[in-house]
Design a binder for this molecule. Structure first.
Ligand code: ADP
Length: 393
């Protein structure tokens, strides 16, 4: 069967009338970020913040209208709310749901209503708002993919929990979530009231990932506003509290999606993961620059895949060079947080969903992650800005 085109989708949406304006959702310019790819359709329906979740029937009508088209395999339709004036919420109220015309995935948990908790009208900017009951949110970022950012984020979160901190791990990589694999989570989060999702608990940490909610075969064609609303929901509509620290596993890179997160999420600080190669360090510099631009404190740089320890003879090899991250950190006036060795056990335990900090807690590798966790715990306990030094003469 021929796949539906963008024009087909717009025609179908043109038949959906917004009761508020009396116009079609297309004419009312409510359809945002439309993506049509190989029969998979994604779009956001933008409504005013005041309408919020009441627009759900309209979202559903729009999704159903597209799903009924021949040549459409899946529809992902998300409600986003634009902000109006200073008196309304500084956080967009969002609601999202999935409609799949083949009926194979109907993840009820995803159709929950957004709540606008913790919005205070006098906050200077959205980035000043936290998640109630969560003391600190820290981002684990990288300038590019494949440097071990998610591996570091998971083991760091488990290390922080070992130190006695109540810890959460939020997988903010909407396009390529890793936490389901790294923690071997296949179940879906539950909700008692249909509004707030319960995070999934593993090894003493609470965790949430878009990968728990959408099937692996659901196309990741969300863009711009949809990514933002999914992340907002994973922060605000999940029962995180009480937490001492929430570790955010950022999407790799320093593009718009990352910049938006750095601007919108009230981060206590950011950690940049890099390998020792020059090229990765150039990317790490971009990461540092991004957080500095958004005034997020840099907790430091971690060098991952630092030294290779031969499993047979125990000798050390610096496959990607060595010490580059430490030098870059010094050059850029950022703290250096430590080195994680390149060892097969880290990859194997990651792939098996049993991170090394819990599966081999006494190993040298686990100790490297624990040392990192101790550094980070100390930094987030300290005030963000150092008090001025008083010099007595
Ligand atoms: P990213 O999140 O930066 O894309 P991942 O955490 O998914 O990277 O890691 C990429 C691959 O490298 C994974 O297969 C992971 O198991 C492996 N890996 C990460 N860190 C190490 C390490 N220190 N030693 C060995 N393998 C590692």
């Amino acid at each position: 069967m021929a796949k539906a085109t963008r024009e087909d989708v717009l025609t179908a949406l043109g038949r959906v009338i917004d009761p508020e304006s009396g116009k079609s959702v297309v004419d009312a310019q409510m359809v945002q970020g439309l993506v049509v790819k190989d029969g998979n359709v994604g779009f956001a329906l933008e409504v005013s913040g005041a309408r919020g979740p009441q627009a759900e029937p309209l979202r559903k009508a729009a999704a159903d209208s597209v799903a009924a088209l021949p040549g459409v395999l899946s529809v992902t339709a998300v409600l986003t709310a634009h902000q109006q004036g200073p008196q309304t919420s500084t956080r967009p109220q969002t609601q999202q749901g999935h409609s799949h015309n083949h009926g194979a995935h109907n993840h009820g948990a995803h159709n929950h209503t957004s709540h606008n908790r913790g919005a205070k009208p006098h906050q200077p900017s959205p980035s000043a708002q936290g998640i109630p009951g969560v003391a600190a949110i820290i981002a684990v970022a990288s300038g590019k993919g494949g440097v071990g950012k998610s591996t570091v984020a998971v083991n760091l979160a488990l290390g922080l929990a070992k130190l006695g901190l109540k810890t959460g791990l939020l997988d903010a990589d909407i396009y390529g979530p890793s936490v389901p694999r790294l923690l071997h989570i296949t179940e879906k989060p539950q909700s008692d009231d249909g509004k707030i999702l319960k995070p999934i608990e593993r090894h003493g940490i609470k965790t949430m990932s878009i990968g728990f909610l959408v099937g692996e075969d659901t196309p990741m064609i969300w863009r711009g506003p949809m990514v933002q609303s999914a992340l907002t929901q994973m922060m605000n509509d999940v029962a995180w509290a009480p937490l001492d620290v929430l570790v955010l596993d950022m999407p790799p890179g320093t593009g718009d999606a990352q910049l938006t997160i750095a601007q919108r999420v009230p981060l206590k600080g950011a950690i940049i993961v890099s390998t020792p190669q020059d090229i990765a360090l150039i990317d790490a510099r971009k990461g540092l620059a991004m957080f500095r631009k958004t005034h997020v404190p840099i907790l430091g740089i971690v060098e991952n895949m630092s030294v290779f320890v031969c499993p047979d003879c125990g000798s050390e090899h610096h496959i990607f060079g060595h010490g580059g991250a430490r030098e870059t950190a010094a050059e850029l006036d950022a703290p250096f947080l430590g080195e994680i060795p390149l060892v097969r056990a880290i990859r194997e335990t990651s792939d098996a969903g049993t991170p090394i900090v819990v599966s081999a807690p006494d190993s040298r590798e686990a100790e490297a992650f624990l040392a990192l966790a101790r550094e980070v715990a100390q930094k987030i306990a300290a005030p963000t800005r150092a008090a001025p030094k008083i010099i007595l003469e």
